[in-house]
Design a binder for this molecule. Structure first.
Ligand SMILES: Cc1cc2nc3c(=O)[nH]c(=O)nc-3n(C[C@H](O)[C@H](O)[C@H](O)COP(=O)(O)OP(=O)(O)OC[C@H]3O[C@@H](n4cnc5c(N)ncnc54)[C@H](O)[C@@H]3O)c2cc1C
Ligand code: FES
Ligand code: FES
Length: 1339
């Protein structure tokens, strides 16, 4: 083998030569740190979020073709890139040269908010367009399936991308052969016909055309190299690892013979995450490159042979072709495989992962192995010793030595047999999210009958997700051979399989009963599917299928994505023609987000001699720290120091709100993930490696309190209860017709901002000044905590925030603690220190939304009027106070949502537990409190036999009224929103259509629900609402504005420039905003609570008005002059051109002693109606349509406001349906990345989304009568929760289950399935509680 001199590849058309490449380096850090191409972002490092998407192009000299594919840079070892061309976001366009149409459109269609996901989104679409310049909508959605966005809700991204599609008229997806545009939903009139006024938020006419000739060409040098260079094995040696890239089969076999233990890395999507997350290390890696014998497909008369090196995307393509060319009966296995491939991971992973890697990895949740295992597939193996064939069967999957690959063997190809005439194959899977999520359970099933009969000749069934690898139900199948395909056989099959495929109660992954139910539900689906075909094929005895049952094996009905937005602009005759207020102005960083030029904290260049800090966190939930041994960590190369509590003596605590919190723990830990010490090293890798070597010895303490119930039992609360009381509840209970009592659990939520916690602290070296660059919502607090830790006055510490890649409440107090420790290290060593959390660390340390337990007792009349309501809210606050008290207070103040309860008592407690401390998250208590109330109302409706919407309406505020804390409210706009939502959604017609659908389909049910919204906006105190700004006018007439608000995606800086533009009558292009800093605007409040633009806008307006007043005499002397003239004249007359602006805060107050006050300035009203379809057998659901109406006052920027509404709505859908945190019984968070914790992806977007804003209303005394919309929309996500509730209810009623339906949040597939009780849920074995230790504890 030759030792390659150098690694050669291209990045964005430039040659990169690496002489001393380290094989452990992945492309993402290489791009970001080495090449300083920071447009490609780190979101998770494990292939699950798509933020790091780049395009990889290669030239194949055999077929003389260049291929392009999207891939996740975080999982690409750079050594695998020899001869490849990498295109990053910087390579396709920039503001300095020419922006690419994809970049332009995603920005102009408002597809960016915080912008952190945008480069990845752009690269996915860009690559799609390189391969398909006029893609179909289906291709587009598929291309974006692996890209997560936490801000936008995806609608504007799809709208932007749709502008590249060939046709926008037809849906391109047909159901029953009819285009949806022809048929209408549920045979109802199309939305557009009843709602004509729909405005676009962008103008397609101004878009740059897509011109493929303008794209970067593939580097000719790489083509020549591929054509001419002799095929030589390349070897790259690093400090710890050697990378061997054979280019011929012989060399590959040779290498594998020499290094039998070395993995054969193809896509690195299995080996990579294992090395990163599980600490597996391989000293040698063999990575074949372009070996033809591994990359072929051959379809013969009886079989299809696929090379093991083919990517899953190539396999998808080949299967598609084969299915087209073969008769249907031969393709059943291929159809089943293809179906699974469309939902397997995202497109980037499918582009990278190889068929061989997939098979050989034998993951327990592999989607393909269960199918391949039932299909009698054969694996063709080769080694230096010769060829061998092994069946892909249970023994192979279990790695039995006799059936497994030998260490020196390579999997060359897989032989898959064509199906036969009387042979049927199907695959099933159910995951937490419909796409890009590993299956909870999946299955492959195959049956073969004799010609014309229905007697089982062959039967194979296998499952994934239920054991350490794919499990085959071999014995059950054997016992069923010879039986006719009928219900008795099904019954026997279910029992046999349940007996054979067993799961202990404590099985890893939990959800044991759900898994058991899926095992038989899939079997039932297969039974029905085959019965249906047999009937069609006409065997004599095959049982007929009732029409109602067919829904069992049909897919969830899906429409093409369509959306409409309706808003009216404020028509003001006095308005200046160029006044941007009320215009849908693009986010001012939109284009920079899309080109990757927007700079986030970790994109800042390395400072000279910069160090990296990595935290060591507690691994026990409640324990005494017996000892900490730093010696091994300190002895590692590059380690500079380890900061412990000892160093921080005297400053190791800071008062967060009302409770002091320790920065580092060394005596006792009270949750997993608490900061114990911090390793400072020369590089990130060194710091992380050393952190793993710090040895902490613990001694567990009692009690261990994880759940709310345990906290109640131990009386473990932060402070005493908070209480709100109105009317006379006890008296009212005496006069009501009925009383019910109930409770609901609401799970927590992870912020999942795409940019993890990041900071860079730079000591200035003079006068002890220190600069803190940090991704935070609260610069003043960071300044305070850093100053306190360093024992410096605040004027020496400056905190700067350019922009934040999403925050949602999660970048405040914990960020401060980490910044203080980072600053301490920087100050101690006089060197800059950077700290950027990995996704898993971030999720472990930072906490999230409070889980809630709501208990209610409602007294109501026969007509649904609730006269008395007695509620108790318990929140799981975690180990320290943080904002828990404020959260329960806000929950109390907002709990009545849109309803007038004449007699109400609500008490709330924040529980102290041994979980990471929970904190603010968009909505701040309201999403939980509101859901408790809505659940109570739904139950009241069920008890009264009334429709929930009727009970909602009858209890709703009407006109002028009083809230429980005696603040006046005018509910006119609430009622208007509700009515418009009912009309817009054609509620009654669709309700009838849903009922009809439900009566015709036993196994699929639809549900429809409408929910109102009253979201109070305000911060409860005047001081919390004060804001300040600073405006400078320069002599050339340009303006620089700054204010106390943080740009975290909501577009506040864009709105502020709109404000300056209106006030000074200056084009927006003359106004600039550099970022937020404690240096320019001191003592600012936290950016949160939907009020950032409101409050800071009033301060900016104040500054502008001060300036205008000063300049009035000058302007009136020369009214035709320009700002340049006026600025010069003002300067000449010694008039200051700089002004601060201030807003003292809304008049607000709240007394918890009297339970009365005026804590809020105004209310945002709204309503949402959602329709879903559920699969009763699997628990899957599809969001079919959502209609939302919002009262936004006079929108300053409808594009940004709609963005906030739909983004929050989508986060709400996540909260209430898919996002589920899992903790071990020892309090360890399992869900530490996008592969375990699912936020909504593109598949969760309602396929039809209609948003309408009420006409502008001038009621409030806010900034230009606008309303803050950051948080309110999240609650409307619960319309989906109640739509699912409705669907489940329909299923239960049909099954004769009429009792009260209690469903907790999130309504995951598990909860949906288990609530749709049937013979299968009854059939499964149930473990006696207490007889086993469950894998997880429901928090
Ligand atoms: C974000 C993400 C999402 C995912 N989602 C899904 C999903 O929804 N469903 C699903 O089923 N899977 C999913 N996966 C798993 C994925 O399918 C596998 O990781 C992938 O198929 C492995 O292929 P690879 O080429 O990347 O393997 P590599 O990581 O390159 O190699 C894996 C193993 O296979 C061995 N190997 C590879 N090729 C050969 C060969 N020719 N001969 C002998 N040994 C070989 C290697 O030695 C190594 O041990 C997901 C993975 C990620 C990262
Ligand atoms: S950072 Fe690569 S996929 Fe998330
Ligand atoms: S804009 Fe997509 S994550 Fe923020």
């Amino acid at each position: 083998m030759d030792r390659a001199a150098e690694l050669l590849f291209y990045v964005n058309g430039r040659k990169v030569i690496e002489k001393n490449v380290d094989p452990e380096t992945m492309l993402l850090p290489y791009l970001r740190k080495k090449l300083r191409l920071t447009g490609t972002k780190y979101g998770c490092g494990t292939g699950g979020c798509g933020a790091c998407t780049v395009m990889i192009s290669r030239y194949n000299p055999t077929i003389k073709r260049i291929s392009h594919h999207a891939a996740n840079a975080c999982l690409i070892p750079i050594c695998s890139l020899y001869g490849a061309a990498v295109t990053t976001i910087e390579g396709i366009g920039s503001t300095k040269a020419r922006i690419h149409p994809v970049q332009e459109r995603i920005a102009k269609c408002h597809g960016t908010q915080c912008g952190f996901c945008t480069p990845g989104m752009v690269m996915s679409i860009y690559t799609l367009l390189r391969n398909h310049p006029e893609p179909s909508l289906e291709q587009l959605i598929d291309a974006l399936g692996g890209n997560l966005c936490r801000c936008t809700g995806y609608r504007p991204i799809i709208d932007a991308c749709k502008t590249f599609c060939k046709t926008s008229g037809c849906c391109q997806s047909r159901e029953n052969g009819v285009c949806y545009l022809d048929q209408g939903i549920n045979e109802l009139p199309e939305f557009e016909e009843v709602n004509k006024i729909s405005l676009k938020l962008f103008s397609e006419e101004e878009f740059l055309p897509l011109d493929p000739t303008q794209e970067l060409i593939f580097p000719p040098e790489l083509m020549i190299m591929a054509e001419k260079q002799p095929q030589r094995t390349r070897i790259f040696g690093g400090d710890r690892m050697t990378w061997i890239s054979p280019t011929t089969l012989t060399a590959l076999l040779e290498a594998k013979f020499k290094y039998p233990q070395a993995p054969v890395v193809m896509g690195n999507t299995s080996v990579g995450p294992e090395m990163k997350l599980k600490g597996v290390f391989h000293p040698v890696i063999i990575s074949p490159d372009g070996i033809e014998e591994l990359n072929f497909a051959n379809c013969s008369h009886n079989e299809l042979t696929l090379g093991a090196g083919l990517s899953l995307t190539q396999v998808q393509y080949i299967l598609g072709e084969v299915i087209q060319n073969l008769p249907e009966e031969k393709t059943r296995m291929y159809c089943a495989l293809l179906k699974h491939l469309t939902t397997l991971a995202g497109s980037q992973i499918r582009n990278m992962a190889s068929l061989g890697g997939h098979i050989v990895s034998r993951h327990l949740d592999s989607d393909l192995n269960p199918l391949l295992a039932v299909g009698n597939c054969t694996l063709n193996l080769l080694s230096k010793k010769g060829k061998r064939q092994v069946p892909l069967n249970e023994e192979f999957l279990r790695r039995c030595p006799s059936a497994d690959l030998k260490p020196e063997e390579i999997l060359i190809s897989v032989k898959i047999l064509h199906s036969r005439k009387w042979e049927f194959v199907s695959g099933f899977r159910q995951a937490q999210r419909q796409q890009n999520a590993l299956a909870v359970v999946n299955s492959g099933m195959r049956v073969f009958f004799g010609e014309g009969g229905d007697i089982i000749r062959e039967l194979s069934i296998s499952y994934g997700g239920v054991g350490p690898t794919t499990v085959c139900a071999k014995n059950s199948c054997r016992k069923l051979i010879g039986r006719p395909w009928n219900e008795e056989m099904l019954d026997a099959a279910c029992r046999l399989v349940l007996d054979e495929v067993t799961l202990p109660g404590s099985a890893p992954g939990g959800r044991v009963e759900f898994k058991r139910t899926l095992i038989v539900s899939f079997l039932f689906k297969f039974y029905l599917e085959v019965s249906q075909i047999l009937k069609r094929m006409g065997p004599v005895r095959s049982p007929g299928l009732a029409d109602k049952c067919k829904s069992a094996f049909e897919d969830l009905h899906s429409r093409h994505h369509c959306s409409t937005l309706k808003y009216e602009q404020n028509v003001d005759s006095k308005k200046h023609p160029q006044d941007p207020i009320g215009q849908p102005i693009m986010h001012l960083s939109g284009i920079k987000h899309a080109t990757g030029e927007a700079i986030y904290c970790d994109d800042m260049p390395t400072v000279d001699r910069e160090l990296f800090l990595s935290f060591v966190t507690s691994s026990r939930a409640h324990a005494k720290i017996v000892s900490i041994d730093l010696s091994e960590a300190l002895s590692l190369p590059g380690v500079v120091d380890i900061v412990t509590e000892e160093h921080l003596r005297g400053v190791n605590s800071f008062c967060i709100l009302t409770e002091p919190e320790k920065l580092l723990r060394t005596e006792e830990v009270s949750c997993v993930g608490q900061l114990v010490c911090a390793v400072i090293a020369e590089s990130e890798v060194q710091a992380k490696q050393a952190a793993k070597r710090v040895k902490v010895v613990y001694q567990d303490l009692q009690p261990l309190i994880l759940t709310i119930e345990e906290a109640i039992q131990h009386n473990s609360f932060f402070e005493t209860e908070r209480k709100l009381e109105y009317g006379n509840v006890d008296e009212a209970f005496k006069v009501v017709d009925h009383i019910l009592e109930g409770e609901i659990h609401i799970g927590g939520q992870e912020h999942f901002y795409m940019e993890t916690q990041s900071m860079l602290v730079v000591p200035k070296g003079e006068d002890q000044e220190i600069d803190v660059y940090v991704s935070t919502q609260f610069p003043k607090y960071i300044q305070d905590i850093v100053a306190s830790t360093l024992k410096l006055p605040a004027n020496k510490v400056m905190c700067h925030v350019k922009r934040v890649g999403g925050a949602f409440g999660g970048k405040t107090y914990k960020t401060g603690i980490m910044a203080a420790i980072t600053a301490f290290a920087a100050n101690k060593h006089g060197r800059a220190v950077r700290c950027v959390l990995e996704r898993g660390e971030d999720m472990l340390i930072t906490g999230g939304r409070h889980p809630y337990l709501g208990k209610y007792k409602a007294g109501f009349m026969n007509d649904g009027r609730i006269l008395a309501l007695d509620m108790q809210h318990y929140s799981n606050g975690g180990a320290s106070l943080d904002e828990s008290l404020l959260v329960i207070e806000m929950g109390l103040l907002k709990m009545e949502n849109a309803y007038k309860f004449p007699n109400l008592r609500c008490r709330a407690w924040a529980c102290r537990t041994n979980l990471p401390s929970n904190t603010a998250l968009r909505g701040f208590g309201f999403p939980q409190a509101g859901l408790i109330t809505e659940s109570c109302i739904t139950e009241v409706a069920a008890r009264c036999g009334l429709a929930p919407e009727k009970v909602r309406m009858i209890n709703m505020y009407k006109e002028i009224d009083q809230t429980p804390y005696k603040q006046e409210i005018n509910a006119k706009n609430l009622i208007q929103c509700w009515k418009e939502c009912m009309d817009m959604s054609s509620y009654s017609l669709r309700k009838a259509a849903v009922e009809k659908f439900n009566s015709e389909n036993y196994w699929k049910k639809k549900g429809l629900a409408v929910v109102p919204l009253k979201f109070p906006v305000g911060l409860g105190s005047v001081a919390a609402g004060q804001a300040a700004a600073l405006v400078h006018i320069y002599l050339d007439g340009s303006v620089l504005v700054t204010h106390g608000g943080i740009e975290m995606g909501q577009g506040v800086h864009t709105k502020m420039i709109q404000v300056v533009s209106r006030e000074l009558r200056l084009p927006m292009s003359s106004i600039h905003l550099r970022g937020t800093s404690t240096e320019t605007v001191p003592n600012t409040n936290i950016s949160g609570g939907s009020t950032v633009a409101d409050l800071n806008g009033l301060a900016v307006k104040d500054a502008c008005q001060t300036l205008l007043k000063r300049l009035e005499p000058i302007i009136s002397k020369n009214p035709q002059g320009t700002w340049k003239d006026w600025a010069q004249a003002a300067f000449d007359e010694s008039i200051s051109l700089s002004a601060t602006g201030y807003f003292r805060g809304y008049e607000s107050n709240m007394s918890w002693e009297t339970g009365e006050g005026h804590p809020f300035e105004y209310f945002v009203y709204g309503a949402a109606c959602s329709e879903v379809e559920i699969d009763c057998l699997t628990g899957a659901h599809k969001n079919i349509r959502t209609d939302m109406v919002m009262d936004v006052g006079c929108s300053i920027n409808p594009a940004l406001d709609i963005g906030q509404i739909e983004g929050a709505f989508t986060q709400g859908v996540g909260l209430y349906t898919v996002e589920e945190l899992h903790y071990s019984p020892q309090g360890v968070l399992y869900t530490r990345g996008p592969n375990q914790y699912k936020i909504p992806a593109i598949c969760d977007m309602p396929t039809e989304l209609h948003i309408s804003l009420l006409p502008p209303s001038q009621s409030s005394n806010t900034l230009y009568s606008s309303k803050g919309l950051g948080e309110s929309g999240i609650f409307l996500g619960c319309s989906v929760f109640f739509a699912i509730h409705d669907a489940v209810n329909a299923a239960r009623q049909e099954r004769g289950l009429f009792g009260p339906l209690k469903l907790n949040s999130p309504l995951t597939p598990e909860k949906i399935r288990m609530a749709c009780e049937d013979k299968f849920t009854k059939m499964i074995p149930k473990d006696k509680p207490g007889s086993y230790v469950p894998w997880n504890v429901p928090i």
